[in-house]
Ligand binder design. Sequence first.
Ligand code: PNW
Length: 501
Amino acid sequence: MVKKEDFFFNNNALSAEQQEEENDHGDISRSDFPPNFVFGVATSAYQVEGACDEGGRGPCIWDAFTHISGNVIDGSNGDIAVDQYHRYKEDVELIAKLGFDAYRISISWSRIFPDGLGTKVNEEGITYYNNIINSLLEKGIEPYVTLYHWDLPLHLHETLDGWLNKEIVKYFSIYADTCFANFGDRVKNWITLNEPLQTAVNGYDVGTFAPGRKEKPETEPYLAAHHQLLAHASAVSIYKSKYKEKQGGKVGMTVDCEWAEANSDKIEDKIAAARRIDFQLGWYLDPIYYGDYPKVMREKLGHRLPKFTEEEKELLTNSLDFVGLNHYTTRFISHVKESPEEGDFYKAQTMERIVEWEGGELIGEKAASEWLYMVPWGIRKVLNYIARRYNNPPIYVTENGMDDEENETSPLHEMLDDKLRVVYFKRYLAAVSQAIKDGADVRGHFAWSLLDNFEWAQGYTKRFGLIYVDYKNGLTRHPKSSAYWFSRFFKGGEGKKSKSD
Ligand code: PNW
């Protein structure tokens, strides 16, 4: 194994000017976090693997969605993506060299069961994930594995309507069971679903994500969410009854939440901000911690919100060993009668999301994605909110990061010097360490993303990676300044950052 020191010693010196800049943005160091705090990087199968028709993989809804013209801004798809399927060894090596403790991947359901039905396991799929998991463990990197990061087997969508049909719970359970059985001897941290909110809203209301439905926005998102919750609960109960004792792992779910800060001291704005959080976090966490959807959702949505049976409530309760939180950004919220945003989900919330302070200044520096502003204090507030409302559960920040715009004319060295991303991570990590001091039980942080990759409806126009991928030159990998920043941060080890670091 190559030692981190060998790799970075000569590559990694900062000029006086760079050092000054580094010191400018807060003095955060490894020792501001508990020694066993986990620092990881994340990706997801469809966004990085490629090899869409290799190794016996069946098609998923994103294969179909991306091949319909108009769905992805640059007309691209994940057919090849960044080819991690063939380059996982190189990628694992990079993670090890940078010094991360953990890598969060997702499993492509249709690599395990090509038609999703769970009748015949695709052994080549099992082999691929065995290979990557073993490579990680050989380098001392802990795998964190998500079962569902949006790539539903197409057959389940075409024959059953995917998440709209309760039958999906059965098929997800078979799939989860198979993953626990095959990988659970080595995988100790499982995440059932990634951002069920985005699947429900973008997939079944606004239609910007696969499967691109917007025909029945008043009911379908709530049904898709409901079945995702039941699928989660069922997978967890299988883990508890068949595997937990022997394998000793943990199962969580990853929710996403932008912080909602009331736009004024007016009571109606404060209530609107609270409602906004209920519609994001409460939608998924309230059923798990309190047995039902938030009251405000039940009131606003009435019969459109499905109901849990007593048995389902019981299955849902206590079905989380940890909360996975994806967090990127924050908004000011004000109460309005008519939401300016498209989609039933936003209309139902009767609120407006605002990106400016009172004087017109932006809430934070804007990243490349329309929705992403750098607002570090927001993450501290979300973490504290989860701690307070849900009785201080263990939390892993399973995604956090920002993107740069792809610019084909910029020279490589400019694209690699991602100063703003370094500032973003310093400030967000400082806010996470504050939340821990406030009392939130935050156990880890995963940067999104290890590599530039297929950014869903934005295709390859947005770059979230710590490592640049040269799409024109054979998908070669080039660590950006932010990757080197992390490696120095890890080396800082004990004590505050020294001048010579
Ligand atoms: C997450 N928003 O999605 C996903 O889990 C990743 O796969 C994705 O690449 C990453 O964040 C960056 O987008 C989100 O609109 C998509 O607030 C949209 C939002 C948040 C997260």
